[in-house]
Design a protein. Structure first.
Length: 628
């Protein structure tokens, strides 16, 4: 029975608990400590998946809060692998972790990752300086955090600070019976700060860290290999990487994957997918998952598919975006309107918004319409986004309403719930003379024609010098009626076309204008830089301030001095972010506030997920300068 054993802290790895126990035991050798905790002195001090946890529980008092199940789920890295294993392998792995001595070996070989090139964990133990300070403040001592050791976690997701790397190996084969306490290490650190040159910034490191954190803390149960495959196949199909037959375009997937993360980062963690090789690990996600895939590759695939770990495990790939058929026909001209008579549905991914799908519904009556999905409620089931084809039944009903019922085009449009332009289009297609199927009163037509002709002739006599366009502005309604219903007569009885007058403009002295415009642009830039609210220096902002945007954009070749000056002062998106960071630092300094990364980013109104390496480097530099 152990006389004392420290309670594990939140997110503390069991390796750290053993190191703290050894330190507080005072004077014991490492082998003696291991024998006390595991029942044998030949068991190595493993960081990720330690065995013999069942023996430890047998040595603790019954009232002690530490239990083997809690140690496995909260203080080892087994939860990182658990969701991607079969339930049978999870049970076998759990038993291995509980058993000590020689019977507990082979844990890594059971995972199938013994010979994998994927880098799951950092080569050396890592820590966050802010976490160390908070741990000492709340617990009186620091400890190794579990989340900091995963290779995909480049920054502390709590404090958004770069992690410090120690000189303590994650797997130390030369000193495998030793464990180092972080409190002894930080007194004389030999590590270094993780530099931005070591991190590929082409991906969102915060999103990856949050997904790792979710899996470690929520103890996700195994979902099964077939379920995993169906989830990935659904995501690949939704993203447009599969054909209609379900075959994955592995070449396009590999190229987009490398472009999303960057080749240096993927090579560094052993996850570069080479599309030229016969075996590409990305193809495993669309096949039967017989062998285990590294959790790092699962997390990269989730991030590439733009889905969080929480949404991925709650995803139901069997759900239908438009519900189950049959679906309603929305042909108002038919006798089965809103009745579920459609059995043919074609679904494809939206070309621009990959999270949406487009369903094409085709009825036997010829009515074909589309709707965007997935559906959010039953009400959307009886609506459409676009009608691709109305069909013969709809067109026959349209002709009947116009010719037999003598309805106006607007009344027909209201009946069919379409625009009058649609009615005009399809009525012209149905009619032999391609005219609107509306027969006016013949007597009233002749009278109106004679009246409008007389008005037009009288107007020509009053203004013999005016042309056709000028006359039409004086007699708008009669002119429009004649142009539509009597165009031949209107052409014969209109003034001949007049030649356009040519105006000779005074030539512009572009050299003089260039010199004047340079001065105006310099004054505008000075004003923009001193506004209370920072404004990005662009050609548009300078042109609007000087009322010369048209000249700057249309006659730039004639303004060499102005264009040279503008090219030297215009700001890119990155430059504008840097200027806002500098302004925010001046405000914080004048207000005598503490400099933190969060305050600086918030005051500068910058999205932390869209910062370039240059902006991040400037923020760290400013914070470091003001700490001195």
């Amino acid at each position: 029975m152990l006389p004392m054993f420290p309670n594990p802290y939140p997110d503390e790895i069991y390796y750290s608990v053993m190191a703290r126990y050894h330190f507080w035991s005072r004077g014991k050798s490492y082998s003696a400590t291991i024998e006390e905790l595991f029942g044998t002195g030949r068991l190595a001090a493993v960081v990720d998946l330690p065995c013999g946890l069942g023996f430890l529980q047998s040595q603790l008092p019954t009232h002690h809060s530490t239990r083997e199940e809690s140690l496995i789920q909260n203080h080892t890295f087994f939860p990182l692998y658990q969701p991607f294993l079969t339930p049978e392998k999870v049970d076998a792995m759990t038993n291995k972790l509980k058993v000590g001595g020689n019977n507990g070996g082979g844990v890594h070989s059971m995972l199938g990752c013994g010979g994998s090139s994927t880098v799951v964990f950092s080569p050396t133990l890592r820590y966050c300086l802010s976490c160390v300070e908070e741990d000492i403040k709340w617990y009186g001592e620091a400890y190794w955090h579990r989340l900091h050791q995963v290779s995909l976690v480049q920054e502390c997701p709590v404090h958004y600070q770069k992690l410090q790397t120690s000189n303590i190996p994650f797997r130390d084969r030369q000193h495998k019976y030793q464990f180092m306490d972080i409190n002894q290490f930080i007194k004389a650190p030999h590590g270094h700060l993780l530099q931005y040159s070591e991190i590929d910034q082409s991906h969102n490191v915060d999103s990856l860290a949050n997904n790792v954190k979710y899996i470690l803390t929520h103890h996700v149960k195994p979902v099964g290999m077939e379920t995993l495959k169906s989830k990935y196949v659904y995501l690949l199909k939704s993203a447009g990487y599969t054909s209609h037959t379900g075959k994955v375009n592995i070449s396009k997937l590999s190229n987009d994957f490398v472009e999303a993360f960057g080749a240096p980062f993927l090579n560094k963690i052993g996850c570069f997918p080479n599309s030229k090789n016969d075996y590409n690990w990305l193809s495993s996600f669309s096949r039967s998952l017989r062998a285990a895939i590294s959790p790092v590759r699962h997390l990269l695939m989730m991030h590439f598919m733009n889905i969080s770990a929480e949404d991925f495990f709650s995803l139901n790939p069997t759900s239908q975006p438009f519900g189950s058929g049959p679906w309603p026909c929305l042909n108002i001209g038919s006798d089965h309107y809103r009745k579920e008579t459609i059995h043919k549905l074609d679904v494809k991914v939206h070309p621009k918004e990959k999270e949406k799908v487009i369903g094409t519904f085709q009825c036997d009556c010829g009515f074909v319409y589309t709707r965007h999905g997935p559906e959010k409620g039953d009400q959307e089931r009886y609506s459409y986004h676009y009608v691709k084809q109305y069909g013969n039944i709809w067109e026959e009903k349209l002709q009947h309403l116009l010719t037999v019922k003598k309805m106006t085009p607007q009344e027909v449009a209201n009946h069919f719930q379409v625009s009058w332009v649609t009615v005009k289009k399809y009525s012209a297609q149905c009619a032999p003379n391609r005219r609107l199927l509306y027969v006016p009163d013949e007597k009233g037509f002749v009278e109106k024609q004679a009246r409008y002709r007389d008005q037009w002739q009288l107007l020509r006599q009053q203004y013999p010098q005016k042309g056709k366009t000028e006359l039409s502005m004086l007699l708008i309604r009669p002119f429009q009626w004649l142009a539509k219903n009597d165009p031949e007569w209107l052409i014969e009885n209109s003034p001949p076309l007049q030649k356009a007058k040519h105006y000779h403009h005074t030539p512009i002295n572009w050299i003089e204008r260039d010199q004047v415009l340079v001065k105006k642009c310099k004054e505008a830039v000075h004003q923009l830089l001193h506004l209370d609210k920072p404004t990005r220096i662009t050609i548009n902002s300078i042109g609007e301030a000087t009322n010369s945007l048209f000249i700057l954009t249309r006659n730039s070749a004639k303004l060499p001095q102005t264009i040279n000056y503008l090219s030297s002062v215009v700001e890119s998106h990155e430059d504008f972010q840097c200027r806002r960071i500098q302004i925010a630092s001046q405000v914080l300094h004048s207000n005598r506030e503490n400099f933190t990364r969060y305050k600086l980013i918030r005051m500068a109104h910058i999205d932390s997920n869209k910062m370039s390496p240059k902006v991040k480097k400037l923020i760290e530099y400013i914070c470091r300068i003001h700490r001195l």
